[in-house]
Design a protein around this ligand. Structure first.
Ligand SMILES: Cc1cc2nc3c(=O)[nH]c(=O)nc-3n(C[C@H](O)[C@H](O)[C@H](O)COP(=O)(O)OP(=O)(O)OC[C@H]3O[C@@H](n4cnc5c(N)ncnc54)[C@H](O)[C@@H]3O)c2cc1C
Length: 383
């Protein structure tokens, strides 16, 4: 591995494997009881506030946060095991996903004491859901160009602008919104950005669906018209938005959701191929399995680095780029390896349809492949 990019081996402690058995037992009971049916991309489309509350009751949300904020002071590796089991089972985790993965850790790191006490215990109980308010119609990859503006008014800020692709905005309670609180500086276009915590029930917030190719409603356009935000809902420091947003990225890009979105299809593929598949199928499934295992070890290594307090932004970009490419290839392999004329198990055709229709988004959300590769190139010193 070239200097500058490191994936030290991380081994899971015995406690994590005990936890894995506990999570598997819980999931198997939930499936048997009909609480959910496994699906692909369940962290984007599998909404179930009830299921999130059940995870909260078991202590599987806010796992690494301090107990005084409703957390459970467990390790990032234990959290990794819980999230990989949930995703592998295709469980409905979308309601709490952003709050638990990203918004909660940001509030823990940058928030005021009042914000921590208000939001973190509620997120850990599975009762408070967040969305990411970063992208805008003309600002996706080039996030520093956001035009949503917050102007100073007595005791707070007045926000005007439009966010787009806002996952779960129609079901979340809050969004952390990146906005301009002062114009960019000539030498630093990242200056003047700030993060505000907006409540979707505030007057002036309008959420309009943008439907997926499948007709599913998972993301939205969010228009903010003269939305009043009190000073107490500024996250971190005014003007520090860029630094804060980029510190979220390693959390956003390196987790098992970046290579397990189509895992429920992989399981169905192996089932559909049966006990004696053709040689080509054996080879392809073997190669996919080996890649999956490598990605998992890389992702685990990033989890270990995050646990140690590092910010492995480049390694996280690499995991996301390779992982989301892999997720798409699982869909492609399943399509090509199983003969279309054969009587196919219902589970296989349903997972294949989910994977194919969701796959175009895998390499876009959370940063496109081109952007990730440019981060990796910079990390390697070749750009
Ligand atoms: C399923 C899904 C869920 C999402 N959820 C959210 C959400 O909850 N909240 C949120 O804020 N956003 C969300 N997004 C938005 C996502 O972050 C953006 O789509 C992404 O950052 C790309 O931005 P864009 O769509 O504006 O594309 P653009 O930035 O316009 O890019 C278009 C193309 O140009 C390429 N490109 C752009 N700049 C460069 C460059 N400098 N060098 C090389 N190539 C370049 C890109 O790689 C891409 O191929 C979501 C997107 C998807 C698909």
């Amino acid at each position: 591995m070239p200097a500058g990019i490191r994936f030290p081996t991380v081994r899971l402690p015995g406690s994590a494997e005990e936890l894995r058995a506990e999570v598997r037992e819980f999931l198997s009971c939930e499936i048997t009881a009909g609480a959910f049916s496994p699906r692909c991309d369940s962290w984007l489309g599998g909404y179930s506030p009830e299921f999130s509350r059940k995870l909260g009751e078991r202590g599987w949300l806010g796992m690494t946060w301090p107990k005084r904020y409703g957390g459970h002071e467990r390790s990032a590796l234990e959290r990794f095991v819980v999230t990989e089991e949930l995703l592998a089972a295709g469980a409905p985790v979308a309601s709490h996903w952003i709050a638990d993965r990203q918004s909660g850790p940001s509030i823990l790191r940058h928030g005021t004491e009042v914000q921590k006490k208000r939001f973190l215990p509620a997120i850990a109980r599975g009762e408070c859901f967040f969305s990411i308010g970063m992208s805008e119609p003309e600002s996706g990859s080039d996030l520093a160009s956001v035009r949503t503006g917050a102007e100073r008014v007595g005791g707070g800020w007045r926000v005007n602008g439009t966010k787009i692709w806002t996952g779960g905005a129609h079901r979340s309670h809050h969004a952390i919104v990146l906005c301009r609180t002062s114009p960019p500086e000539e030498r630093d276009r990242h200056a003047g950005l700030s993060q505000l915590i907006l409540d979707f029930s505030t007057p002036g917030m309008t959420v309009t669906p943008i439907r997926l190719l499948t007709g599913e409603h998972v993301f939205n356009e969010v228009i903010m018209g003269d939305v009043e935000v009190p000073d107490g809902m500024v996250l971190g420091n005014i003007g520090d938005g860029w630094r804060q947003v980029t510190s979220e990225l390693a959390f956003e890009r390196s987790g098992p959701e970046r290579f397990l979105s189509t895992f429920p299809l992989f399981v169905e593929l192996v089932r559909a191929l049966g006990r004696d598949p053709r040689e080509r199928a054996k080879v392809e499934v073997g190669v996919l399995g080996a890649r999956l295992w490598t990605l998992r070890r890389m992702s685990l290594s990033v989890a270990g680095a995050l646990e140690a307090g590092d910010a492995p932004e480049v390694e996280a970009a690499l995991v996301k780029d390779l992982g989301t490419g892999f997720e798409r290839e699982v869909a492609e392999a399943a399509r090509l390896l199983v003969p279309s004329g054969s009587a196919l198990p219902e589970g296989f055709t349903a997972r294949l349809a989910e994977a194919i229709t969701h796959a175009p988004a895998f390499t876009l959300r959370g940063g496109t492949s081109e952007i990730l590769r440019s981060i990796v190139a910079r990390g390697l010193g070749v750009r």
